[in-house]
Every structure is written in C-alpha cells, then in structure tokens.
Design a protein around this ligand. Sequence first.
Ligand SMILES: Cc1cc2nc3c(=O)[nH]c(=O)nc-3n(C[C@H](O)[C@H](O)[C@H](O)COP(=O)(O)OP(=O)(O)OC[C@H]3O[C@@H](n4cnc5c(N)ncnc54)[C@H](O)[C@@H]3O)c2cc1C
Length: 371
Amino acid sequence: MLSDVIVVGGGLMGCSVAYRLAKDGAKVTVLERSVPGAEASSAAAGILGPTIESFDDAFALQLGRRSRELHAELAEELDEYFGIDVGFRRCGVIKIAFDDKELGELERQAESLRVQGIRCQRWGPEELARQEPNCSPEALGALSMAEDAQVEPRKLLSAVALGAEREGVTFRTGTTVRAIDLEGGRARGVRLGKESLHAERVVVAAGSWTTLIPGLPFDSETIYPVRGQMITTETRPPIFRRIVFGAGGYVVTRPDGRVLCGSTMERVGFQRGITFGGMADVIEKATRIAPSLRNAPIKSHWSSFRPGTPDGLPLVGESRVEGLFIASGHYRNGILLAPLTAELIADAMSGAPQSREAQALSPKRFEEPAT
Ligand SMILES: Cc1cc2nc3c(=O)[nH]c(=O)nc-3n(C[C@H](O)[C@H](O)[C@H](O)COP(=O)(O)OP(=O)(O)OC[C@H]3O[C@@H](n4cnc5c(N)ncnc54)[C@H](O)[C@@H]3O)c2cc1C
C-alpha cells in the first residue's frame, strides 16, 4: 500500500497532524495500536493555560498563546462543519495562595506576565470570595488570568478524528508499528511484524512510547512517561466559573457541573493504574482549594502518561533522517499545543523556511550528528 504520509499514533497529536495534512491534499494513513484517543489525549483535563503553565518562559508562553488562539478557530471550524461542540470556553484561570510565600509567588507571576504584555489581576480575599465563593476561605488572595481557556479533550479528539476521516484519512486501529523502515539513510515507511507499509514520509506521534520505536535516531529515554492520576465528581450548581489552581493541584469545572481534579506527577515508568497515595494526594489538593468537595461523590478516576522531554519542550519537525518527522513530547501541554504542532509539521513538509519556533522545537537537538 502506498500513501503520501504515515502517521504513527492516533492520539490528539496524530489525529491533528493527519487532519491538517489531509486538508492540504496529502494522502494520509494513521496507524494506531489501540483506538484513537486510547492514551493521554483522553485522560487530560483540557486546560488551555499558557499563562499559568509557562508564565516564566517567554518562548513557551508565546507558543501556548498562539496555539490557544488556533484552538478557538478550530473549535469554530469543527462546529461549523460537523456540528460538534468541543467545549472550547474562554473561562479564565485563577491561582490562589494560602500563605505569604505563595502570595509572593503570585506577585512574581503577575510581574512576569505584565512584562510580557499579558493582562492579569490580583484579587484580595474579599474579591476572591465574591468571584468564586466556593474557594477556600483560607486563601489569602488570587491571581486571575482571563484569557486562558478550556476544551473537552475527548470531544475534541472525536471531532478531529472525524474531520480527518472526512478529509480522506485512513485509520488502521489495532495496528502496532514495530519499527521505522529505513533505506539509503531515509525513511521509507514502517514495519508491522511481517507486513511493511511504504510512504515517503512518516510522522511519529506515539506520545510517551515514541522513542521506544526501533529505527528512530534518539536515545530511548529522550521521551519518557510521567504518570498523572485524576478524579472526577459533579456538583450542582457548578462549583467554579474558572479553572482554579492552588495547593499544587487544580480543579476544572465544566458548565454542566462536571468537575475534574488533578493531578499527580509520577516517574514510575509505564506502570498503569491508580494508587491510594495518588488518590489521597489529588483529593487533598482539591479539597484544600474547595473544602465543599469533601461532600462530593467520586464519579470516576483514571491515570495516563504525559510524554516528558529533558528540556520541557516537545519534539516537532523533521529529524536528521530524511522523511522522518516527530510530533511528540508535549508533556503537560499536549492538548494546548496540538493545533500549532499540526501547523508546524505541515510547514516542515511544505519546505517553507524554518520559523524561529520550528528551529527551537526541532527534534535534531536530541540527535547525534550524522557521521
Ligand atoms: C492526567 C493528565 C492530565 C493532562 N491535562 C492536560 C491539560 O489540561 N492540558 C494539556 O494541554 N495537556 C494535558 N495533558 C497532557 C496531554 O494529555 C498530552 O501531552 C497529550 O495528550 C499527548 O498527546 P499525544 O497524541 O502525543 O499522545 P497520546 O494521547 O498518548 O497518543 C499516543 C498514541 O500512540 C499510540 N501508539 C504508541 N505506540 C504505538 C505504536 N508502536 N504503534 C501504533 N500506535 C502507537 C498509543 O496507543 C496512543 O493512542 C495531561 C496529561 C495527563 C496524563
């Protein structure tokens, strides 16, 4: 079988890249060992929060803000074409402080954002109680960043996968890629056990498992799993209007009252599952933010693996192996950065001059120079 592009992995990254490339006219096949969205992309909270995640890194902040705005456009497009509401809402994010040290950190964060031209507001305890009455009365203040947003990752994944299919992308589920096929120093396709599939270009978007695939020019540790455990509940009326960070955790509220509480950050390899310790940690943080959650029923819990990288930035673009592209390693911000990643991969394939972003995210920074 011949296709222009093979995408390995049907998470949000693989589906977004496939959708984008197919819209540009490429013939794309996505190979997914399970089903689309089987891993991290369905486990995420859906916070599109560059001002909270990257306030102290001007470059990451700029990437995140750009991608957040691409999400707004994508949400409109998916609604218009497929009638699917992916839950994009510019609900804003607040971070609350419980002691003087944390208040000092809020000040530092506010200053850093203001220097970069981002509007944010400092609230004292009275204003916080007025704006978000379910926040802990022990909170001494908050920093509010109104431009950040949320999306529902599972709805987004389904909509993007549907969009990709409508654009002619072929999905092969239950298909594990065993190795990248290399010939004459360039990628020629992939191996699936005895079968080989040929393509002039291969995009590896296999999340935490990316650098385990034989044939990639990286050390297998270049992308590593960081487990995150989550708990969900529901409240009527919805507990918060905004996403609330504090006490080392966060609480994300959907407009219908669903609540997601997260999350742990564990280097435990690929050990699946949830633990007593992980649940206790998430519950402690969430109930510190919102004491009334103590009475809320636990509706569900899960865990998955964020794809971490040594420098905290993803690997996006062509590797030193011609025809072999990487779209992985997005760690805590893969939902946020998916639309931008798809755009950067499309640019790289079109041979457009490399932007500053593309250079900084290039997978080549982790490869041994070719001998
Ligand atoms: C608890 C938690 C909360 C999070 N919250 C947020 C958030 O609020 N905002 C945000 O922006 N990000 C968040 N993230 C991070 C985000 O979920 C990830 O960065 C993102 O989903 C990564 O997407 P991906 O497509 O690269 O990986 P994945 O979704 O993991 O997809 C990789 C896919 O590749 C497939 N695959 C692997 N190996 C092979 C192979 N050999 N052959 C074929 N298929 C293969 C897998 O089955 C999988 O479906 C969170 C993550 C976790 C765990």
